[in-house]
Design a protein around this ligand. Structure first.
Ligand code: SOE
Length: 397
């Protein structure tokens, strides 16, 4: 059952830039982490920032932030902010993160780390220098924080799968199936960097590498933009929904990316990221096969992990469902009794918890900006390979 929180502990004052879908998710994380987990510093929702004064004030009240700012530079200049949480589209990640690190703040940045490898390199260099000054920086790959994926990582690290042969990952959504869905920021390269690749592909690249415990060395890819022109958006977007206005514009990002990859161990990986998988809403599935066994995870059944122990006698062998709700499973000692289950939002609570622990201990949190940069390099290699019609492309190091 959730614990009493951390009254009387020193605070960690958070300033968050962005207040849409990810802003709401991160707000949940910051608001809840100190009430459920026993943290050495209590997160305080000090200030939320966005350009539209009315909308950001409404977001502050809805999500429980103490104050609102309309200029991120003013937020960063405040002495009462310890950590800057970046939940904006990718085109502003680098500028805000670099300024926040220069101002002495800790930083949490939504994925993908940046829109280009060059930006991600600058951010990583700045984060490494800031680490020497006692500041920490982390990327928000929240699917590492599902108890079942964290358990899967532990099981792979314990050697339960033996030598890894296959990693198979898909991340399928369908919110772009309608060609009349408007041209929101996620469909514009200058704002989002890329399409399904950076939005969904970045998650599954990170998760695959995290679970495998190794990093891809090369990829072969195909990408496609199925609907090349869409209505312009009319008015604000909310989550993944938006309304159209008159006129149309060019879609400048990919709609889908399909790629294969190699791990240094010799294991082969396959990836699919799309927003056109009709009927699939947020379907992230990953399976790892090793010489001793297999593990499979499905985000739509996120309290479960499937495990096959290949050493079992054939007559009893087969995938079995581990219900990942026991107190000795990752994160779960602080939550509900066995069987009561968690959901999507809890990944953001766990992300906040892990970052606060790392800050309290002065230790580099994972995934670091260097991890985010490496994912950015894989994204760039996927794009390069797709441009050459699937030519095998090594990942730069
Ligand atoms: C949209 O595709 C999106 O909100 C992603 O941007 C998030 O990272 C993912 O968690 C859910 O889907």
């Amino acid at each position: 059952m959730p614990g009493p929180g951390t009254p009387g502990k020193p605070s960690l004052r958070v300033g968050m830039v962005g207040y849409a879908f990810m802003g709401a998710a991160h707000s949940q994380g910051w608001r809840t982490a100190g009430r459920v987990f026993d943290l050495t510093r209590t997160p305080v929702l000090a200030a939320i920032c966005g350009r539209d004064a009315t909308a950001v004030q409404a977001a502050a009240e809805r999500h429980g932030w103490e104050s609102a700012e309309t200029d991120w530079r003013a937020l960063i200049a405040r002495d009462d902010i310890d950590l800057v949480d970046i939940c904006t589209p990718g085109d502003s990640h680098a500028e805000i993160a670099l300024a926040a690190l220069a101002a002495g703040k800790h930083v949490l940045c939504e994925k993908p780390l940046a829109n280009t490898v060059e930006e991600a390199e600058a951010m990583t260099t700045a984060a490494e220098e800031a680490y020497g000054r006692g500041q920490l920086a982390m990327v928000g790959f929240n699917y590492r924080r599902v108890p079942a994926t964290a358990l899967a990582r532990n099981m792979v690290a314990e050697g339960r799968l033996g030598t890894l042969r296959h990693v198979r990952v898909t991340y399928l959504q369908d919110w772009l199936v309608d060609p009349e869905f408007p041209l929101t920021w996620r469909l514009r390269k200058e704002l989002a960097g890329s399409g399904s690749l950076g939005d969904l592909g970045a998650h599954i690249i990170d998760l695959a590498q995290y679970l495998a415990g190794e990093q891809l060395v090369g990829v072969s890819a195909l990408m496609e933009t199925f609907v090349k022109e869409r209505p312009l958006p009319g008015g604000p977007t909310s989550g993944l929904s938006a309304v159209s206005a008159n006129g149309t514009g060019q879609v400048t990002v990919d709609d889908a990316a399909v790629f294969t990859g190699r791990f240094p161990s010799g294991a082969l990986a396959s990836f699919e990221a799309t927003r056109y998988a009709t009927g699939r809403k947020n379907a992230l599935r990953i399976e790892l096969n090793g010489e001793l066994g297999s593990i499979a995870f499905d985000l739509e059944r996120l309290n479960e992990l499937s495990y096959h122990d290949g050493r079992e006698p054939g007559a009893h062998a087969g995938f079995r469902r581990i219900l990942v709700t026991e107190p000795d499973h990752p994160y779960l000692d602080a939550w509900w009794p066995p069987g009561h289950g968690l959901g999507y939002e809890h990944t953001f609570v766990h992300q906040a918890r892990d970052l606060v622990h790392a800050i309290a201990e002065g230790r580099q949190p994972e995934p670091s900006f260097a991890d985010g940069l490496q994912v950015q390099r894989v994204l760039a290699a996927v794009e390069e390979s797709a441009e050459k019609n699937s030519v095998y492309t090594p990942i730069a190091v």
